[in-house]
Write a protein that binds this ligand. Structure first.
Ligand SMILES: Nc1nc2c(c(=O)[nH]1)N[C@H]1C(S)=C(S)[C@@H](COP(=O)(O)O)O[C@H]1N2
Ligand SMILES: [Mo]
Length: 453
């Protein structure tokens, strides 16, 4: 028996295959009486059981009968949430080179908990003693300056909530077969935090940049001594040195004691463990600017210095590996972001892209930050394909996979931001699929399994 009234569905449907008015839950709550409950009937506790719980009769509920745990100096997640973990993938020959993905499919809201921020290291996490760390600014400047961490901590600070996304995020999308991983373990080389620190423009003003300076070469104090070239214009615009992440000092794996934040641009530019900024008139042409991040296009020309992370979205629930228990009312939810500014709208389709409805965007909608979207959906128990499509404030629309592959060819490795399809089969099992009419076997895969960038 379908527990949802037909008339209710008709009145509220905004696109085919059960997509409902995005404001439904906000305006009208769950409308008990029209729908019995959002929870599955099996999980509903009987009135009698409820009574027992309240009377503390259940001997199972030990926590209601004895004092709880003492206070703690640093809190940890509940032991019942021990599956909410980053997923590491490392190069066995060089264990310090690899990534760990953020479990986006197991999270809510828009902020990434510090212990779950994705990681990308080329040679491990240095254990930096802040007392011994120095930041040198030199090159095309009026005077070189060296800062200690204590010096940096004296500057007036600002906070910005923004995402960091690796340019190689979602690169399994370039494969000829869809990734079989959970949503986060395929797209979670992206995380969003409130970063606090010092605008780079303030420090560049201190050293006095020469007019000839066009680039800023940033270098990390890790054993890889990673370098990245950043155009001076961006450095002066909104780049900053972060010392804090979501209110506490940056975690070692995310760049302690100080990292660069280059809002909306490729993750690789956000140099961690920052110890040197050199002003120059040309890029340094580091490994990550030449042997990586240079992509041959179908025209025969290569793309280089493709800094901006274009608009992208994905549905985090329901998503790959989840199971919908029965035909019922569900909330489709996911994340959208753009390296060019704010997200303007996110559309969702439940019929494989034939019809679309606008999802509700959760406030506040911030510049270059994760934006949460939600829309109610009635699943009728039949196979369905769910998609989300983001548009940012510049009017840029997230492309279909076919269009992206056609434009960028088969040498693409970075900047995969195509629309992602989740197929719900008749048993409610969700998996990642490409569009029906896409060629399957003809394309050869580029080998990307042991490299992430
Ligand atoms: N010093 C240094 N900075 C670095 C890296 C590195 O290996 N060393 N990796 C870069 C890459 S490729 C990415 S995507 C981001 C990842 O930042 P996170 O580990 O805090 O998520 O850091 C960048 N900064
Ligand atoms: Mo990266």
């Amino acid at each position: 028996m379908d527990r949802i009234n037909d008339r209710y569905l008709k009145e509220n449907q905004v696109a085919e295959n059960g997509l409902l008015d995005r404001r439904l839950f906000l305006k009208k709550g769950l409308q008990f009486g029209v729908i019995t409950s959002l929870a599955s009937t099996a999980s509903l506790v009987s009135a009698k059981e409820n009574d027992d719980v309240l009377k503390k009769k259940s001997s199972d509920l030990t926590w209601m009968h004895e004092p709880g745990m003492p206070f703690s100096t640093y809190g940890q997640p509940s032991k019942f949430e021990d599956n909410v973990l980053r997923y590491p993938s490392v190069n066995e020959a060089v264990p310090g080179n690899g990534v760990s993905w953020t479990p986006l499919h197991l999270m809510e809201g828009v902020i990434t908990a510090n212990g779950l921020h994705f990681e990308r290291h080329h040679n491990g996490v240095p254990q930096i003693n802040p007392k011994k760390h120095r930041l040198l600014i030199h090159g095309l400047v009026k005077k070189d300056l060296i800062f200690t961490i204590d010096d940096l901590l004296r500057y007036p600070m600002q906070s910005k909530t923004c995402f960091i996304e690796c340019g190689g995020n979602s690169n399994a999308g370039w494969h000829s077969q869809p990734s079989m991983s959970e949503a986060g373990y395929f797209n979670g080389m992206a995380s969003c935090s409130e970063w606090t620190g010092i605008p780079l423009s303030v420090l560049l003003d201190e050293v006095g940049t020469s007019k000839k300076a066009k680039w800023l070469i940033a270098e990390g104090a890790d054993a890889f001594a990673m370098q990245a070239s950043i155009p001076i214009k961006k450095a002066l615009d909104d780049a900053f040195l972060a010392l804090y992440q979501n209110g506490e000092r940056i975690r070692p794996e995310n760049g302690y004691p100080v990292r660069l934040i280059v809002p909306g641009w490729e993750g690789v530019l956000n140099v961690k463990w920052l110890h040197r900024l050199k002003l120059t008139n040309r890029p340094v042409m580091a490994r990550n600017e030449t042997s990586r991040y240079t992509e041959l296009q179908p025209s025969g020309k290569a793309r280089m210095f493709t800094f901006v992370m274009e608009a992208k979205s994905l549905i985090t629930s329901p998503s790959a590996h989840m199971i919908l228990k029965q035909s019922d009312l569900y909330q489709i939810t996911g994340l959208a972001w753009s390296g060019r500014g704010k997200i303007k709208k996110v559309e969702v389709s439940a019929d494989d892209g034939n019809s679309w409805a606008e999802a509700e965007l959760q406030e506040p909608i911030l510049d270059r930050a994760f934006t949460r979207f939600r829309i109610p959906w009635h699943w009728n128990g039949k196979p369905a394909v769910l998609k989300s499509r983001a548009t940012d404030e510049t009017g840029y629309v997230q492309p279909e996979r076919k269009k992206l592959v056609m434009e960028r060819g088969r040498q693409g490795f970075f900047h995969y931001n195509a629309i992602i399809n989740w197929r719900v089969d008749g048993d409610g099992f969700v998996s990642h699929v490409y569009d029906k009419d896409e060629t399957k076997k003809t394309d050869s895969d580029i080998s990307i399994d042991s490299d992430w960038d």
